[in-house]
Design a protein around this ligand. Sequence first.
Ligand SMILES: [Ca+2]
Length: 497
Amino acid sequence: MKKHEVKSATSKVVSATPDVPAHCQVDLVPERAINIRVVLPLNDADGGKGGTESGAWNGRVLNIGGGGYQGIISDLSFPLQRGEVGSNTDTGHNQAWCNTTNPKTGLTNAQPDCGLIGGGFVLDPRGKLLTSQVKDFIDRSEHAQTTWALKLTKTYYGEDARKNYWVGASTGGRQGWQMAQKHGDLYDGFLIGFPAINWNRFPVAQAWPAIVTNELLGAKGLAPAKSDAANAAAVTACDTQDGVKDGVIAEPRRCTFDARNVKGLTPQEAKAVYLIWDGPRDAHGNRLWGGITRGTSFSTLLPGGNDMSPMIDTWLRHWLKQDATYDWRSHLTTNNFPQTFEAAYRKFAGTASTDSTDLTDVRHNKGKILYYVPTNDPLIVPFGSYNYQQRLFDRYGVQNTRSFVRTFYFPNVGHEPPTLTGSTPAMSQLLDALQTWTEHGEAPNSFNQNDTTANVQRTICAYPDTPKTAGANADCQTHTKVPTDLANASRTAMDHP
Ligand SMILES: [Ca+2]
């Protein structure tokens, strides 16, 4: 294949709607089954005007991340509303590709459980792991998305992008860290939220609540009313640890409330809640991963009180065990969990883990990373971010890390993208802050959090700084070290430098 040859490409001008300005849309498949969309504000020749650069364009590219197992093209209104080029990829597969018969085998390309919440695209019908699909999902599709966005930008406007950004949360956040770790020279800035990084440890760790409950409480499980009561009791017990009585635990790592103190729980139920909050440990009692934070509903990782999240079940079956019919209930126990966890760790270490702290290329390129993490995420527990943040500090030191990575932990927020009405600053506000930092050197020190659930305002300082007073617009107290208890609560026995 010649260097710029692609499998297919189409382009068209899309008319304006009340929400989205007119733009040029390019859809292409550069290789294999990687679908990419690039949208470009109209150039001079197509009648665009009003941008600071060429036509309606402001000179920036926003590469937008996906969600779950993706397999679709995400909405790209957001960059267009800002006058920015946008791009997205389906990460190398979609339902149609999974269902297509492969002429070489006479079988479908992959398992039918393939889509936003189905990880079957990495497994062929004979149980063979499709390593090319793993590579496309983890790294190659996002790299291709970005390089094509930059190439098409230059072609369409006749000039290079002034700045190139990655924006994503959840899987999109994982993609952002992957790009920072492996292709940091391509980008000027990253806006990364609650990422699905640690892809060889976090998905298997999220099976823990269901395994514990199945073993201790059987098919009946743990009634949601009981886990809700336990979480409410924990919030009551730990609320004022952070100095503000607002029904919110601002630092969940400091809450060690014991489930045995919850009224109405049987001893077995209390033990199950204890283990779910604590997270999995190895046979020697060393931490393997963190649990669901106290005050966070179990309903995502323990649906109905006795099941496993389908997004985690599909990972166990298709990614780890390579057996579409694998039944976790009849195999996984708290005793054999450490072996399963270590097998997952080894299987995808390096190739799919997205947990390297080597950000040399980002630093060389003077790139900036704005990182936001909700501490009540019920799907991607915040432990993975605590752990990665701590490992960055261990590698670069607190002050050096903060010169290019700033992290903001938002309490009382779950697995939700920032919106205008939610309890984190709006996406546009976060991105404006990143662009100000990247383009003018003014680093964000804090954000005001309008917690619409608890009906309170907080100042969220760049970690590990803390607000000097309660409420919005507080000054931040600078800290050059992470408190020892928080650092220790963020590490595992299996961390590597
Ligand atoms: Ca509080």
